[in-house]
Design a protein around this ligand. Structure first.
Ligand code: MLZ
Length: 458
């Protein structure tokens, strides 16, 4: 029994009205459906929607104007209301209930004016013709396009892959896809007896890999000897079985600058994978093949290396020494470090050297994010949860994501191209539960599932 599922999914409508906040645009999220064809969706465009302001037994439609856009959601006003906003309502543009102008005429459905304004005109036809001349509307095949763009990957229930072991992040484990919602995969570890021991991630997540990836990269893998040898063979020959995740299902990493490599022992700054609100002093613990690195957070490493974490050399989550200082953000010193932290002294004390700046990917992709924008973000410490969130700081390509109503300890530094952030209305569109902002009235602590979060220097 899952308490959270019993709670209704959060509805953005009132929240958008009362906070007046701007939502991050669909076009910022490359992995989100319709991201590349959202340019035509603009304020002022007209659509045909169900008219609920009538006393008729049958479903009728009316023309409406888009007043405001927030992610996939649009604030709508029935045509004829003029400046009167009393009947405005929010709807999701990517649902079956929204149609381009002309749709009713094509299928012979009547357009019926809302009863509140019925008295205003005698000749509604003439009124509509006037209002609609030159107006923009949705493209004809809009909903078909929406459906198409929601299934643009090859993952299926049953697909086998390698994924980070959530109980021991330095190792991989074998899992199968159990369920897919909006491109997010519910994974089940194959060696787990507990059905509820699942792991959610997007199909573009850097935490999942093809069968045989661990053997190729030289990454630790918890699995059976049979799997190990078969997987290695498959990756070597490229001959995969039905149901195996194969290399072509994953995005390829950028090449790193020629001939320049990270070396074990080099120091750097990195987002702590177990506490995404902090950027910490870290070390390259091991260099794997194909430019993957095992990174450890200085001062809090388990002796057996069980909290080393794999980042690709081109990852946007690792930074050269001095990154935090240059960007005026807090760098978390090694746990228990005495006195103010100075890189120069620290390198001397630890007799180590910093990873050269040229090894890092410094590209900052163009993005439109601004502080204050709302979105839906995965709580990566409990990745089943997608929550109402806001951008509270921007550093180059990094976004600081704050979960509305929650303490700052829950904040996460996330890359602007991360597949773990979604536009407002995404959950509603794909049918995923959305966690609302934490409020005193609605929040019931889930004591049984609550994992203690690391806080700074704790
Ligand atoms: N059980 C967890 C839920 C936290 C979810 C927060 N999401 C932003 C806790 O109370 O810590």
């Amino acid at each position: 029994y899952n308490k959270q599922n019993a709670i209704k999914s959060f509805d953005w409508s009132n929240y958008l009205n009362t906070t007046c906040a701007e939502a991050a645009s669909i076009s910022y999220f490359k992995h989100a459906p319709m991201s590349d064809s959202w340019d035509n969706i603009i304020v002022g465009m007209k659509v045909e929607v169900i008219n609920s302001d009538v006393d008729l037994p049958s479903t009728v439609f009316w023309i409406a104007t888009v007043i405001r856009i927030a992610g996939y959601k649009a604030l709508i006003r029935y045509e004829g209301f003029g400046a009167d906003c009393s009947k405005d309502f929010w709807l999701n543009l990517c649902t079956q209930d929204v149609h381009p102008v002309g749709w009713c005429a094509t299928i012979g459905k009547p357009l019926v004016p809302p009863k509140t304004i019925q008295y205003k005109y005698v000749d509604w036809k003439e009124f509509l013709v006037k209002r609609l001349t030159g107006a923009r509307t949705l493209p004809n095949n809009f909903y078909t396009k929406v459906l198409e763009s929601m299934s643009s990957h090859k993952f299926k229930p049953g697909t086998r892959l390698e994924v980070v072991d959530k109980m021991c992040v330095s190792a991989m484990r074998v899992a199968t896809v159990d369920e897919i919602i909006g491109g997010r995969l519910r994974l089940q570890y194959v060696d787990s007896k507990d059905e509820n021991d699942d792991f959610w991630c997007h199909y573009r997540s850097p935490l999942i890999h093809y069968v045989g990836w661990s053997s190729q990269a030289g990454h630790k893998l918890h699995s059976t000897p049979e799997y190990r040898s078969k997987a290695a063979e498959k990756a070597r020959t490229g001959e995969y079985e039905e149901g195996d995740a194969s290399p072509d299902m994953f995005i390829e990493h950028k090449d790193i600058p020629n001939g320049q490599r990270f070396e074990a022992g080099m120091k750097l700054e990195a987002i702590d994978p177990l506490n995404l609100s902090t950027i910490c002093v870290a070390s390259v613990m091991k260099v794997l093949k194909n430019n993957y690195l095992m990174i450890g957070i200085d001062g809090s490493m388990a002796h057996n290396g069980s909290d080393w974490f794999c980042y690709h050399a081109s990852s946007p989550s690792i930074f050269p020494m001095g990154f935090c200082e240059i960007n005026s953000i807090e760098l978390t010193p090694p746990r228990g470090y005495k006195g103010p932290f100075k890189w120069f002294d620290y390198l001397k004390q630890t007799k180590s050297r910093a990873a050269p700046v040229r090894l890092f990917d410094k590209e900052i992709p163009k993005h439109g994010y601004r502080v204050g924008m709302k979105l839906e973000a995965v709580d990566l410490m409990e990745p089943r949860l997608i929550c109402v969130a806001s951008v509270t700081q921007i550093v180059g390509r990094l976004l600081r994501i704050h979960f509305d109503g929650w303490e700052k300890e829950y904040d996460q530094w996330i890359d602007c191209q991360s597949p773990d952030i979604y536009p407002v209305g995404w959950c509603e569109m794909v049918g995923y539960h959305l966690e609302g902002p934490k409020t005193k009235e609605t929040y019931v602590p889930l004591q049984t599932v609550s994992k203690k979060r690391k806080t700074k220097n704790q």
